[in-house]
Design a protein around this ligand. Structure first.
Ligand SMILES: [Fe+2]
Ligand SMILES: [Fe+2]
Length: 306
């Protein structure tokens, strides 16, 4: 199937994954001008499962707040509207799509997405570019097109997987080789259907090509770099097939953060492990990365710097 036929097929698919209603509403509300804590609370409270997940997350080590947050309005006041939007979308997307993808490696997919989200947040904080919370959400959703590829373009998906293992290449390189409509374009299309903010749509669409003009070039570079670094963390840090795909302009912009990686990677590895446990109820396996606890205990990892 050529790319334009694939695009037409994409437009005709009626049962594309939908963003859960509550996340859609919260997202829409936050793009409006007039918004109050009361209105936001009223909307989120309609889904008590989301409320309890949100409060659990806000009170977890992940946010590191000093005092306990007991109500939704306290959480909104403490975190701010954008963080709440990001948390609601994150929690509901993971809940909606976990376990609904047949033999697709859904756990591996979410581990990579969570690792990319947290790495993007970290890079944004370290380099002082982009909004860390929005970078988190972009990182979490950047590969969402892979789910659509798997669900609706099964043959192409199998070809890609075959090429990856035969030629030991990345997913993106295999898509190029197979000459199919890539997951980034499909994800961008889905993000538009979900009416996400333009900066998020562009980041999802261009996360493998920083040279494209995005409405938020800084966030694009952050997520592009985080994607490649997290692939390296989760696979084999010495595996340079991922690192070679790092865009040169992004590499220059992220230089200081990449150089100091040995200082922040152990703490990030712990965050990734605890986020995977929180969202998926299990450990992530970040091969070879020494957690700060292990570092304190002086254990050896034999790790190589990137
Ligand atoms: Fe990707
Ligand atoms: Fe990715």
């Amino acid at each position: 199937m050529d790319k334009s036929a694939a695009y037409k097929k994409l437009e005709r698919i009626r049962d594309l994954p939908t963003l859960p209603e509550i996340a859609m509403k919260v997202n829409r509300m936050l793009q409006e001008e007039e918004i109050t804590i009361e209105r936001l609370c009223e909307t989120i409270e309609k889904d008590q499962a989301i409320v309890s997940r949100l409060l659990k997350l806000v009170n977890s080590a992940f946010f590191g707040l000093r005092s306990r947050v007991n109500t939704l309005s306290e959480a909104i006041a403490m975190l701010g509207f954008n963080s709440v939007r990001n948390v609601v979308v994150s929690v509901s997307v993971i809940e909606a799509f976990a376990g609904k993808t047949g033999d697709f490696d859904v756990k591996g997919y979410w581990k990579h997405s969570i690792a990319t989200a947290l790495t993007a947040k970290k890079l944004s904080e370290l380099i002082h570019i982009g909004n860390p919370e929005t970078c988190f959400l972009s990182g979490l959703l950047h590969d969402i097109g892979k789910i659509v590829l798997y669900q609706h373009f099964k043959e192409q998906f199998q070809d890609i997987m075959g090429l990856m293992s035969q030629q030991n290449i990345s997913f993106m390189a295999a898509e190029k080789e197979a000459d199919v409509l890539n997951h980034a374009r499909i994800g961008g299309y889905l993000a538009e259907r979900w009416q996400l903010p333009r900066a998020l749509i562009d980041t999802i669409k261009f996360h493998h090509q920083c040279s494209n003009a995005s409405s938020d070039q800084d966030m694009l570079m952050v997520v592009h770099t985080a994607d490649i670094l997290s692939n390296a963390f989760l696979a084999e840090i010495k595996d340079r097939k991922y690192i070679s795909e790092l865009d040169q302009s992004a590499a220059v912009k992220m230089k200081t953060a990449i150089r100091s990686m040995q200082d922040w990677l152990p703490g990030l590895a712990e965050e990734i492990t605890s986020a995977c446990r929180f969202f998926m109820g299990e450990e992530s396996s970040i091969s070879g990365v020494q957690s700060s606890k292990q570092k304190d205990e002086g254990k050896e990892t034999g790790e190589e710097d990137l």
